[in-house]
Design a binder for this molecule. Structure first.
Ligand code: KG4
Ligand code: ZN
Length: 397
């Protein structure tokens, strides 16, 4: 029955086609995610054309499944929400076009949601669903670290008049942390996405075996303050940011590459790829145990050391920003927030600093539509609806 605060959200910004029904931005009635991992795995990354094609294939069944699991029909909805950016243009357009058609045909308002805001609301959605007394009230500002395959961004999220406002505090100057995980995994002959493989294999290595120099994860601050050259839109906002809160992960990726070449680990990585994925006897669904059997201690140490350096850098800058802004609450979200070492080190550091740190559930860490419905709820209350000419904005700020 309309009026009960039911929002159907659609997310198709990258390689997951997702739909969810959430009540009043707090109670998830369904959350369906069709992953395209199998399609992209052999390429070691997302192929945009294939992603659009897979979204087209999946969007109708995924939306139907979300409605069926929520035990509702389109007539019960109050609004349709959709990710409008940032992301892959063709992929975003599939979700936007379908959401627009659904909204138009069913006389429902359409709400455009920024994917990054969605990731932040994944944590808030999780907190809202906790029993009274265990959740942090929604009226406190928070420092949000959005750390995924496409982003490593720090925002100050402040609630005001029922909606949220975001101030960019820091971001990566080059690769996102998840991108570094994916590239290092590819280099070592592991699967795509790389994060879960590295996360699991790192438990078996010595995180202090390979020391990555600080300069390998230090952003090129000499670029700050220079007049924007080619990528004006990208460079300009950085000039206003504190260099202490900028990230850079392309250096560590190159350092891993150098280590692999110096220690002649390439042939081993190639044969691992064959054993696990491309060879005639490769298992249909390789497991972590299969991967572990192909790794010698030196490779496991490299993996553990890489992860230790990346997590250490995220930790140091996030807590420095929280301290500098005097914010006692940190939210960590996005695919990399699923990482075990990240969760345990952030939790321990938060206790030392007397601040709270929250993560989404594992299912809400990676891309999903429940987070989009949660972010849409304050916009629904504020009647902040999208225009009929809504289009994809791949580089939405
Ligand atoms: O949020 P997400 O699903 O999609 C983007 O918006 O990018 O994040 C995907 C990223 C990938 O780079 C993947 O390798 C990384 O999150 N990831 C992880 C883990 N699970 C996923 N990184 C580290 N540890 C994990 N357990
Ligand atoms: Zn994402």
């Amino acid at each position: 029955m309309p009026g009960s605060g039911l929002i159907l959200a659609i997310e198709s910004s990258c390689d997951e086609t997702a739909a969810a029904v959430v009540e009043r931005g707090a109670r998830t009635l369904s959350s369906v995610v069709a992953s395209q991992i199998a399609t992209h795995a052999r390429y070691g990354g997302v192929v945009p054309e294939l992603a659009s094609r897979e979204h087209l294939r999946a969007i109708v069944p995924v939306v139907r499944a979300a409605l069926a699991q929520a035990n509702i029909t389109l007539a019960d909805l109050d609004a349709v929400a959709v990710t409008s950016g940032p992301g892959l243009a063709g992929a975003l357009l599939v979700g936007i076009t379908y959401a627009k058609a659904l909204a138009f045909a069913n006389h429902l308002p359409l709400i455009a949601v920024n994917h990054l805001e969605g990731h932040i609301h994944a944590v808030l959605l999780n907190e809202r669903s906790l029993p009274d007394g265990q959740s942090t009230p929604d009226n406190d500002p928070a420092l949000a670290l959005v750390v995924s395959g496409g982003h490593t961004h720090l925002y100050l999220a402040s609630p005001a008049n029922g909606t949220w406002h975001y101030t960019l505090i820091g971001r990566t100057l080059d690769d996102a942390a998840g991108e570094a995980y994916d590239k290092v995994a590819k280099l070592l002959g592991l699967g795509y996405p790389g994060g879960p493989w590295i996360d699991a294999l790192a438990q078996h290595g010595n995180p202090h075996a390979v020391l990555f120099a600080f300069s390998q994860i230090k952003p090129k601050v000499h670029l700050l303050g220079q007049p924007p050259r080619t990528k004006a839109a990208k460079t300009a906002p950085i000039a206003n940011l504190d260099p202490h809160f900028l990230f850079s992960f392309s250096g560590i990726k190159t350092a891993v590459l150098r280590y692999v070449e110096l220690h002649n680990l390439r042939p081993e990585a190639e044969s691992r790829r064959e054993t696990l994925f491309t060879g005639p006897n490769a298992p249909a669904k390789p497991t972590i145990e299969d991967a572990l059997a192909t790794c010698d201690p030196q490779t496991l140490d490299l993996i553990a050391s890489f992860q230790h350096a990346v997590v250490g850098d995220l930790l140091k800058k996030t807590f420095a920003a929280a301290e500098s802004l005097s914010v006692p609450r940190i939210l960590v979200t996005g695919g990399v927030a699923a990482n075990r070492e990240l969760r345990s080190r952030f939790t321990a550091e938060a206790a030392r600093h007397h601040v709270t740190v929250s993560f989404p559930t594992l299912a809400l860490s990676t891309d999903n539509a429940a987070m989009i419905a949660a972010a849409a709820w304050p916009r629904f209350l504020a009647h902040d609806f999208a225009q009929p000419d809504l289009s994809a904005d791949p580089s939405l700020a």
